[in-house]
Design a protein around this ligand. Structure first.
Ligand SMILES: Nc1ncnc2c1ncn2[C@@H]1O[C@H](COP(=O)(O)OP(=O)(O)OP(=O)(O)O)[C@@H](O)[C@H]1O
Ligand SMILES: [Mg+2]
Length: 464
């Protein structure tokens, strides 16, 4: 059994032979190349875990090998060997990502030890990556649960902005998880060890909001008995989360805009401004475009905030996540209420899948919590669901399909979804659960059938 693959590059034949014998004896699968170019050919055919390269060679030298390897196979470790040690070379090599730097003549044990360490590092990377992928695969991002298409694109976007200071605006209906996204960006990003300070702009009286955000000087107003730092300053090098930013008074908006543009704040009653380094994330369930048109929100601030916008889709548009979210909350509240193995009765599940969820994930969370508290044993039944869900779903299901649209209107998406779900279920029943056959019965492709099953929350994505 080999413990890993090593490519050795050296223009000195005797050293090549020596290394090859030594590495093979140590159990490594070894390929030896006499030039950098040849080594790259080996790598293209079969990438190695570690490359050991001489520094001074004709043609492609060790530094070029290092750069190319790190560019093409970033996880491959490179060990540099040289007869002419200079600090500058060593620093260069490390800067370009070399794992270590060995000076000729070297001792065999020294090189063996370095290789072992390089392999350890690689194994650790691999393990971390597998774990990360597994987590991503199974749950979501940060504490966000869900892996429907729209959520995956959101994770991708979050991943790209988390380590930058870019301002992010999160929009979406109430209960869609805007605050969770803000927290995940902070706590997954490179500011995670610094404070995450949030303020709900709708909960603070307009005349206090500036003092809260920018701080105040002792004596600035009645009641200001001591200096107060303010949210921006206390979040230094961290994140300020402006929740419900659409509710911010216009007078405050001007000052926040200034703070963002000039990276300075002036505490109430102070003469001097102080510089700040904060990343700003804002959230709103209002449609800011419209707020701007009607003059309730400053256009210039709007453009400053929405450098990157993350829109959270309502739960009804990503029902594929419903089973996973339900399971997540069942586990959560099962634990909280001492009901391990808490489950939903099939009937109850069906009602949840047919409900349009105007209150989004928060509403689902509440429904499961309530069910967990009310149910006897560990099975949540239809009787444990709130009246309005059962009532509303039944009313929709009982109505004749071809209906006219009255002055109250109808929830078309939800009705069509309901009808589609019934057809899918019925086809599955007729086909005895054979999906290919069910797809045929409905005159659609297998792919489309599976996609629709997932969309209707009848099958988890990625599962056969
Ligand atoms: N994807 C998700 N996975 C797990 N829990 C979620 C998810 N989305 C939302 N929640 C839960 O739902 C609740 C509401 O989420 P959150 O407070 O982030 O929503 P919001 O969009 O900020 O709502 P609002 O506009 O009303 O402030 C929280 O308890 C949160 O933990
Ligand atoms: Mg919120």
């Amino acid at each position: 059994m080999t413990v890993g693959r090593v490519v050795v590059v050296d223009d000195d034949l005797s050293l090549r032979q020596f290394l090859s014998i030594m590495l093979k004896r140590a159990g490594y699968e070894t390929a030896v190349a006499s030039t950098g170019e040849e080594a790259m050919e080996f790598m293209e055919k079969q990438p190695a875990d570690v490359v050991v390269t001489d520094l001074n060679m004709e043609g492609m030298d060790g530094m070029a090998v290092l750069r190319r390897v790190k560019e093409r196979w970033p996880e491959t470790e490179v060990v540099m060997i040289t007869a002419y040690a200079t600090t500058e070379n060593a620093v260069q090599a490390m800067k370009h990502g070399a794992f270590d730097y060995v000076v000729k003549p070297f001792n065999v044990d020294e090189l063996k030890l370095i290789l072992e360490k390089a392999f350890e590092k690689r194994a650790m990377h691999q393990e971390n990556r597998n774990l990360r992928e597994l987590l991503k695969d199974r749950f979501g991002y940060g504490s966000l649960v869900g892996r429907s298409e729209p959520m995956l694109s959101i994770y991708d976007l979050m991943d790209r902005v988390k380590d930058t200071p870019i301002t992010v605006l999160i929009t979406g209906e109430s209960g869609t998880g805007k605050e969770l996204v803000a927290r995940a960006i902070h706590f997954e990003g490179d500011r995670r060890d610094r404070p995450f300070q949030s303020i709900n702009c709708s909960a603070i009286p307009a005349d206090l909001i500036e003092a809260e955000l920018f701080g105040y000087k002792k004596g600035a107003f009645t009641g200001a008995v001591r200096n107060h730092e303010g949210l921006f300053a206390s979040a230094e090098k961290g994140t300020v989360f402006l929740d419900e930013v659409g509710e911010m008074p216009l007078a405050t908006q001007v000052k926040v805009l200034r703070a963002i543009q000039e990276r300075k704040v002036k505490p109430v009653g102070a003469v001097e401004e102080r510089p700040i380094d904060v990343r700003i994330i804002a959230a709103t369930n209002r449609v800011l475009d419209e707020e701007v048109k009607s003059g309730r929100f400053r256009e210039d601030l709007y453009y400053r905030l929405k450098v990157v916008t993350i829109h959270m889709p309502p739960l009804r548009e990503r029902l594929a996540d419903l089973p996973l979210l339900t399971e997540h909350f069942l586990q959560l509240f099962g634990k909280e209420y001492g009901k391990a193995g808490l489950q939903l009765e099939d009937d109850a599940s069906r009602f949840l899948a047919a409900y349009p969820w105007p209150g989004n994930v928060r509403e689902l969370e509440n429904v499961i919590q309530r069910g967990a508290a009310l149910c006897r044993g560990t099975l949540i039944s239809l009787a444990n669901l709130p009246e309005e869900i059962v009532g509303q779903v039944s009313a929709v299901a009982d109505r004749p399909l071809a209906q006219s649209v009255g002055p109250d209107g109808v929830a078309m998406e939800s009705l069509l979804g309901q009808y589609e779900r019934q057809l899918l279920e019925s086809a599955l029943e007729t086909s005895g659960g054979v999906k290919k056959e069910a797809a045929r019965l409905l005159g659609i492709s297998f792919r489309s059938f599976r996609y629709r099953l997932q969309k209707a929350g009848l099958e988890e994505p990625g599962r056969e």
